[in-house]
Design a protein around this ligand. Structure first.
Ligand SMILES: [Zn+2]
Ligand SMILES: [Zn+2]
Length: 248
């Protein structure tokens, strides 16, 4: 049932035809999850406990800050910080055992405290929620490719995916496909990335050559947004180009 529900957004993303369909889905879910973390759901005890325990990463705090709900954002951050202070209190006491005998008779160099502090610094409930949606979409993408001829044709005529989502698809394919299907899928992803990146690179080179005064009068062709396009292909959608934003 969930699979059939998930085919709708995956098809919709393929029909965008603007860039990587998985980046499109990522952005859409990210906006929903950020919005949701300041919405009603955060008042539910289960969600609240999870936010307090895990916290939110720097990127998603930035996006929350942009929503201009200072009170909601402050309440959420305050209750997470209160939780964290209890842990810090405990860790500070545990640091007494460094260099001597630990709680269970083992000597400690404080490594477990470093790990605890690190974990508390980089957890994110929004990232975790997005990840679980994305895993379902990767699964759905692969099963549509395997079972739906129209989807496979759409994929083959598309501009393909970015490199990080290519790697994510191949990781999921290792689990979901085997034999000839796995070979065909792997080749198809790598071929599509190479073809698109090669077109991006040609445009990017022409973009650099346009800075030469001798090329000033020559047409830009497809190269105006080649820098944004290539970076988004290499690392996943991170720069919105002027052309893209005027289209949307
Ligand atoms: Zn992508
Ligand atoms: Zn995050």
């Amino acid at each position: 049932m969930q699979y059939h529900l998930d085919t709708i957004p995956v098809w919709e993303a393929m029909e965008q035809e603007s860039g990587c369909p998985l980046c499109y889905l990522y952005r859409k879910i990210e906006a929903e999850e950020v919005e949701r973390s300041l919405g009603g759901s955060v008042m539910e005890p289960d969600t609240r406990i999870k936010v307090n325990e895990t916290g939110i990463c720097a990127k998603h705090h930035q996006q929350l800050f942009m929503l201009q709900n200072r009170l909601g954002h402050a309440l959420l951050t305050d209750s997470h910080t209160k939780e964290l202070l209890k842990k810090l209190d405990k860790w500070e006491k545990q640091a007494d055992s460094i260099g001597g005998r630990g709680l269970f008779g083992k000597s400690s160099n404080g490594q477990e405290l470093v790990e605890a502090l690190q974990k508390a610094s980089d957890g994110c409930v929004v990232c975790e929620a997005i990840d679980s949606h994305m895993k379902r979409y990767l699964f759905t993408f692969i099963h549509l490719w395997k079972t739906d001829k129209a989807f496979r044709a759409k994929w083959e005529s598309s501009k393909g995916v970015c490199m990080p989502h290519g790697a994510a698809l191949l990781t999921m394919a290792q689990r979901e496909l085997s034999g000839d299907n796995l070979k065909q899928f792997t080749k198809s992803i790598l071929h599509s990335i190479r073809e698109s990146l090669s077109a991006d690179e040609k445009d990017l080179e022409w973009f650099t050559l346009k800075f030469d005064y001798r090329n000033q009068a020559k047409p830009w062709g497809n190269s105006r947004n080649a820098l944004e396009r290539t970076i988004n292909r290499l690392r996943g959608l991170c720069i919105q180009s002027k052309e893209d934003s005027s289209n949307s």
